[in-house]
Design a protein. Structure first.
Length: 362
């Protein structure tokens, strides 16, 4: 994995920067407490959802717990992707590891899925931005958490959705990926800095995937010419398309866990969300791309330009069409089955709202 470092920092300055990030209550670097003889890991700083202290999600506080993880019990591996604005470009990506035996925290809570999320570690009071991430402003933290924690944060606390892509890996690949992901998460990363293009969330997952994929399926992060970063290896929103084209994700549709509508109103369907699922969408995208690019190139370079531009536009139009079709075509699922147990209990105990015009009980 390409390490981004800031050599100008003195040890004291580095200590100060890392302390400022450690003061951020939302994120904590995972720490291995011990390994049992049977291979089970005891890890602290694993996040297990949020205490809903008020009606304002901004006031919710994270719950970190010591957790027992058995990597040998891996059942499935997913890539999780969370879109954010600007839509179709912005997003966050991470690994979701499903186990046949659950992870268990120090309170006895259980979850059959573990999230390994490489993130920009922001100092207390600061927020991430792609622009600030181009400089050595943020550390790197591999945040471990239950899947319930992730669903709680994204669908209920932040009102966004999660796309899940189940990877087509052999059992041996799943086991090796799980071991490598946990090793990456438990590594001391003091002095390593996040970079929007060169050391990012999706880039980290590509590096991990490439450790278990055969050469013909590996995802290239850098162009062969000039060794520049490829956007397909930077934008998590493209993860479904990239995984599909490499034959790593072979299902027809992703699982889309939608925002909790008890707190966030459902967003109306857009023209793209409806039309992108029609049978003619892919063909229309390719022909439109060929027409636009071919016409523009032909106007400047004549018929040779029109031919080359048309071919390039046909390919580009297909990429865009397929990308939008995947992102908008997930099987929409409510978050309820995935939420932490303590949240499920709270929601079950909550009184349903009175019907409009009903007389309140005395």
């Amino acid at each position: 994995m390409k390490i981004m470092q800031a050599p100008s920092y003195t040890p004291a300055q580095l200590d100060s920067k890392w302390q400022a990030m450690a003061d951020n209550g939302m994120q904590r670097a995972a720490h291995l407490l011990k390994t049992d003889d049977d291979g089970k890991l005891h890890v602290d700083n694993v996040r297990w959802g949020f205490d809903e202290k008020s009606a304002d999600p901004k006031e919710w506080t994270p719950r970190f717990r010591d957790t027992v993880i058995d990597p040998s019990k891996v059942k499935e591996v997913y890539i999780g992707e969370e879109p954010f604005d600007p839509k179709y470009i912005g997003g966050h990506g991470y690994a979701v590891i499903e186990l046949s035996e659950p992870i268990v925290n120090s309170d006895g809570e259980k979850d059959h899925r573990l999230v390994v999320s490489m993130e920009a570690w922001t100092p207390k009071g600061e927020s991430y931005s792609a622009k600030k991430g181009m400089q050595a402003n943020f550390g790197v933290v591999f945040q471990l958490g239950s899947f319930g924690d992730r669903v709680h944060r994204i669908t209920r606390k932040e009102g966004r959705s999660i796309n899940l892509y189940k990877l087509d890996l052999t059992q041996e690949q799943k086991r090796e990926f799980t071991e490598n992901a946990l090793a990456a998460a438990l590594k001391d990363r003091k002095g390593e800095f996040y970079h929007t293009l060169k050391n990012s969330c999706w880039g980290a997952q590509i590096e991990l995937l490439n450790t278990v994929l055969p050469e013909q399926q590996q995802i290239q992060r850098w162009t062969k010419m000039f060794h520049k970063v490829k956007m397909s290896a930077v934008l998590p929103s493209l993860s479904g398309l990239v995984l599909q084209r490499k034959g790593v994700w072979n299902e027809k549709q992703a699982i889309e866990i939608v925002a909790d509508q008890r707190m966030w109103p459902a967003r109306p369907q857009t023209w793209i969300s409806v039309q992108s699922q029609k049978p003619w969408w892919g063909t229309a995208g390719r022909l439109t791309g060929a027409g636009v690019a071919g016409g523009a190139a032909g106007a400047m370079l004549g018929w040779p330009g029109a031919v080359l531009g048309g071919l390039a536009g046909y390919w580009t139009g297909g990429v865009v069409a397929d990308h939008l079709q995947i992102l908008e075509g997930g099987v929409k699922t409510k978050p309820d089955p995935y939420l932490p147990e303590f949240v499920k209990v709270k929601l079950a105990d909550a009184k349903p709202p009175a019907a409009p015009g009903a007389t309140p009980p005395r």
